[in-house]
Design a binder for this molecule. Structure first.
Ligand SMILES: Cc1cc2nc3c(=O)[nH]c(=O)nc-3n(C[C@H](O)[C@H](O)[C@H](O)COP(=O)(O)OP(=O)(O)OC[C@H]3O[C@@H](n4cnc5c(N)ncnc54)[C@H](O)[C@@H]3O)c2cc1C
Length: 247
């Protein structure tokens, strides 16, 4: 069912109704999206919802990819292996000693916020962050799966992650008598918080373009990733992008 009279969606609300109709939009999308972004669906750009696959078959995967999964042992193990023998400095903010890093590097691959790189000279970009509230329960199984989304506006968190289900399946879940869950509360990003999602509305996109013009003029600077490019990336596309970088 298409939303009445809408052919060219102007915002997320119109786009969602065009894709899945008013009823499913109101049950599944509206409350969750407004919690996630802290903005009304009618004030969010249409393209955000376009990355959600809509299928009319019994396939409950989020992605359409043929091969899906997470690395055995988790991402830390994978990253440790990839970085073996590489000189890595952790807990080091680029801006604490920017001059030093720029002097020793032929090229800088910058994955932080682009507005910060230029000292916010045109103004600050907006981001969303997530506050995680962890709980440990004396029970082997809390919700029966890794991710439960709460789509109604009344529940203050967007989803609950039960971590053991990423690694343990079937009866193995019950071999461990406890379980850890994280509730995810979406919030507006402020200084000192970790920026998780760019807010790609018209205002922020035109501000970002001003910074991008500056970055394009620097031959020794490569900007990459969801912060420096101010766009949402899933993990696979950002890895693909890194592999094709002109370094
Ligand atoms: C809650 C949440 C759940 C997600 N779930 C999924 C999922 O299920 N599947 C999926 O495909 N994707 C998921 N994503 C998206 C995934 O996290 C991103 O695709 C991926 O992290 C993007 O990689 P990146 O290199 O662009 O950025 P990041 O992984 O954020 O890397 C940027 C790096 O730059 C560093 N940095 C920034 N500023 C500075 C500075 N000033 N000095 C030094 N270092 C700095 C940061 O510390 C960070 O290590 C999720 C994202 C979030 C927030």
């Amino acid at each position: 069912m298409k939303a009445d009279g809408v052919t060219e969606p102007r915002n997320l609300e119109e786009q969602a109704q065009l894709l899945i109709g008013k009823d499913i939009y109101e049950i599944l999308i509206k409350g969750y999206t407004e919690k996630q972004w802290g903005r009304k669906c009618s004030e969010l750009p249409a393209f955000i919802i376009k990355r959600l696959p809509v299928r009319f078959v019994h396939d409950n995967n989020y992605f359409n990819d043929r091969f899906q999964g997470i690395p055995i042992g988790g991402f830390n193990k994978l990253i440790d292996g990839l970085l073996e023998g590489v000189n890595v400095k952790l807990n080091t903010d680029f801006f604490d000693d920017r001059q030093h890093w720029e002097q020793i590097a032929e090229k800088v691959l910058y994955t932080g916020k682009l507005d910060e790189y230029y000292d916010y000279r045109f103004g600050k970009l907006e981001y969303r962050t997530v506050r995680f509230e962890e709980e440990i329960f004396d029970m082997p199984n809390y919700q029966g799966n890794a991710v439960m989304n709460f789509t109604d506006a009344e529940v203050p968190y967007t989803r609950i992650i039960e971590h053991k289900h990423f690694e343990m399946f079937g009866d193995d879940v019950y071999k461990c008598p406890k379980t850890v869950i994280s509730k995810e509360y979406s919030a507006e990003w402020k200084d000192g918080m970790e920026p998780f999602y760019s807010v790609n509305n018209d205002k922020n996109m035109s501000l970002y373009q001003q910074y991008k013009v500056l970055a394009d003029q620097e031959p020794n600077l490569i900007i990459g990733g969801h912060l420096a490019e101010y766009k949402y990336y899933d993990i696979a596309p950002i890895i693909e992008k890194v592999m094709s970088l002109p370094i």
